[in-house]
Ligand binder design. Sequence first.
Ligand code: MLT
Length: 365
Amino acid sequence: MYEILKLNKISPVIKNVFDGKYTLSDESENPDGILVRSANMAEYEVKDKLLAIARAGAGVNNIPVTEMAKKGVVVFNTPGANANAVKELVILAMLLASRDVIGGNKWVNSLTENVAKATEKGKSAFAGHEIKGKTLAVIGLGAIGKLVAESALFLGMKVVGYDPYVTEKVKKEFEGKAEICGFDEAIERADIITLHVPFNANTKNMINAEAISKMKKGAIIINMARGELVDAEAVKEALHEGKIGEYVVDFPDENTINSEKIIVIPHLGASTEEAEDNCAVMAGKELVEYIENGNITNSVNYPGVNKARTGKVRTCILFNAADKDDVEKIAGDKEVAVKGDYGYAVFDGDAAVKFDKAIRIRTIA
Ligand code: MLT
């Protein structure tokens, strides 16, 4: 029996993914796998059985992924599973920042008499702009950014994109439709800037005073990715000076709530029933496939290896990339996968394979 620990509430459809070989609970001392959403795992004490953690979502900044890799624990996420939900909220954010529906709604609800007449008289205070014809900078062209760019084009916007890791496939898809350029050029040209990059040491405060100084006056910033990507103090100052028009953020904190020209959303980007189901199913399947067959898809700390089993026994070896040559000696002419500092290989045969330097070695009968 495999034990799966849930550290957060996960969509009940998850039950369909695990068959009778699994128990799913909120309390397991020594689980084989963990399902997590936003729980902070920085202090989580890893026990010997733990093989993998699957995050039902895209961002993994709540999981110490490198520490887990060192311990031979594979961390998965679910890229794309909630992308449509986030995309739809970005469209809403662009519209809310361009049309003062929130201010107008508050005002109209405050009217006490002759509402229809008073509405027509006072509504001009809430007039806005259309997004058609405006330039949108999409920072990060992964699953979400790509969908946002496509929808924006469909809405008649001009799109400029920036992504240092942009794939050839994405470049080709946007050829002749959107321009892919450098970060500075993208933010300089944009009327609206939307962020779709992970939070890490390189992206922390990527929108800071210097970046803001390059933006057009009145530019709108949309942040559905992570609060830490934006220096909120710098944005507040720029809003005060009129350099920035609006800031829409899905990660409220003391700095951003109750501020004029900041629309705060309580982290609803992926909170749709559809996205929660998709993420749960994808995360659950990733765990099952790794636990039962040693296959890795969508890991953030180990390379992807997905092979149909051929022998009686599968040996799964997690290793340090520095030991790749030694693993290759066992692999013969087969390719050995490495991602950053860590590698992974599976060997099918009649008997288990040995490798003394493995971070973790496991056989599946
Ligand atoms: C994500 O990282 O996928 C989104 O922010 C939603 C979430 O945190 O669950």
